[in-house]
Design a protein around this ligand. Sequence first.
Ligand SMILES: Cc1cc2nc3c(=O)[nH]c(=O)nc-3n(C[C@H](O)[C@H](O)[C@H](O)COP(=O)(O)O)c2cc1C
Ligand code: SF4
Length: 640
Amino acid sequence: MGNNQMVQTDLKTLFSPLKIGAKEAKNRIVSTSHAVGWDNGTGIINERHVKYHERKAAGGAGIIMTFGSASVYEKSAASYGSVSLWNEENEPLLKELADRVHAHGALIMSQATHMGRRADSSISGRPIQAPSAIPEGVHREIPHVLRTEEIPPIVESFAEAAARLERCGWDGIEITSFSGHLIEQFWSPALNDRTDRYGGDFAGRMRFSIEVIQAVREAVSSDFIIAFRMTADPKTDALGLDQEDMLEIARILDGLGSIDMLSISGGTGATYRAQAAVVPGDTFARGTYNHVAKKMKEQLSVPVLVAGRNLDPAQAENALTNGDCDLVGMTRAIIADPDMPQLAQKGEFSQIRPCIACGECIGRLYSGMPVICTVNPAMADDSLDNLIPVQHQRKVVIVGGGPAGMEVARVSAIRGHEVHLLECTDKLGGKVYFAAMASERPHYGKHIKWLEQELDRLGANVHLHKKGTVSNVLDVNPDVVVLATGANPRSDHYITDVELLDGKVSINNKSKLLVYDREGKFRGPSIANFAAEAGASQVEIATPLWSISEDLDEMQKPELYRLLSEKNVTMSPNKNLFKTKEGTPVLEDKWTGTKRRIEKDEMIVLIGYEEGDNRLFDQLKSAAPDLEVELIGDAVSPAD
Ligand SMILES: Cc1cc2nc3c(=O)[nH]c(=O)nc-3n(C[C@H](O)[C@H](O)[C@H](O)COP(=O)(O)O)c2cc1C
Ligand code: SF4
């Protein structure tokens, strides 16, 4: 069945309502909580938050879970991007947000937490707090050990946050332990060595979570939804809790009769590798946690929500009909395209802009930057969501069919311009087309495919095998020219990653490869992994930086390190690459000066040695001085 032939009835479970406590969600699609980092670390909601969640509701999701790790307790540090639920200053916009989401028929709930040792005191200046003085392997900050009498006020702060949300017209709260927050820290025998009533045996370690849930239930009416979010599979032994333990904990929480819904995902913040599983990237299977959610669903009385790589409506429908869950988190799918639910309901599947699992959203957050999305420019600038038709059509010629050129072509066509896209090769996609060949990124090429379909649907004129020469451009008689001509390698003495991915340079079991990466992000390890997978006998990745992929975030790095380690790729940070007077390439240790001559049979791949290709700009300007010419994308300055 073709993509667009799937009709609404095929998604009948996905678009069926579900009772949760006293409320009803209009469908089963949930945008689960995620921090966005748009408040400059103030914890105060702003209009951008409101518009963002309203937009998702307008796109058709049944439940909008807002914020991420929203903090309930003033005296403890939160993390970058957390909204302060304890702060009454947020009330006016909390009210407005609830009203504007309700106007689209969605339910609105907020996550609420105390992050415990997982927080970061560097932003708030407040010490982090935990059951015991055991730092998180990832954040490493030694927490203040909560005294027994310091715990009830924290319990109370959850209740106050819930009462505030209900007062502001919200439908519910999601109390969370997920990804290693305070509640999970209390549960863990490895992280909780207390001897008071909040530690010791299983019942003692459960006490804090039970008190929180009961206090919240007492603080709100029976109409207000209480959800609980937890990991069902920590993906590490570091907690001393496995899947069975998590199931037992869920059973106990369910048995309290106070929660209306359980929200399941996986991973935890205790180790780098388990943390990467919290927002699983493209190396994780689709529906990564559906099977553990199913086990929960079989044993619990309340509806179960699962999140983790449920990427498209058909997959979500399958998860529901397979009995894996009652609600499906489709968070990044909705970040990539907030209209995904309503397009799916209309059967317009090919118009849904797919999430390509690139990890940029969460990666930026973990690098202390506001969230944006690689495929959805409106995440950075919401005015781009509203493409206003032009009054006077112009003829727009775009040179270069990479993602930047294709996006300009798409937007220009939507706005009503006559679009001509000139691409010198036989295919669209530019370097992304090749990057998508790396095995650890199976979804990476989907954006290009989507753009191609959209250009076709919108009637843009795509000219393949058409070089961007002055005469080819001027022949179309353009009103405006956009140059998306990309970047070229600065040296032709070495190999590029594209040549390897393209198969122009082949690898066999005798190949020896040195990847020298001064970019420090994804491309270097990715091509090293590609070469190792292709059977090269020796692969080394070297960099002048302190570490391999120095500037890559903590969510993407663990999986790349795992892949390189499993394939015995040599990782050599702190190395300079230069040529001797005789022209022999040498790798030199930056601190000891020890040198290794690169053998003649070793291929050298350079990463981060490109320059923007803007030659056509000057040529066009001298041939047609009055012509409007714009440079965009890598042609301006190459980015990873
Ligand atoms: C940018 C970003 C920030 C996130 N922040 C949080 C958070 O603060 N709390 C939380 O429980 N989950 C957070 N998550 C995890 C999501 O709620 C969700 O579990 C995860 O993205 C997997 O679902 P998906 O595959 O549908 O995206 C975040 C995810 C993203 C992409
Ligand atoms: S930034 Fe990447 S991973 Fe995140 S939603 Fe967008 S496409 Fe998906």
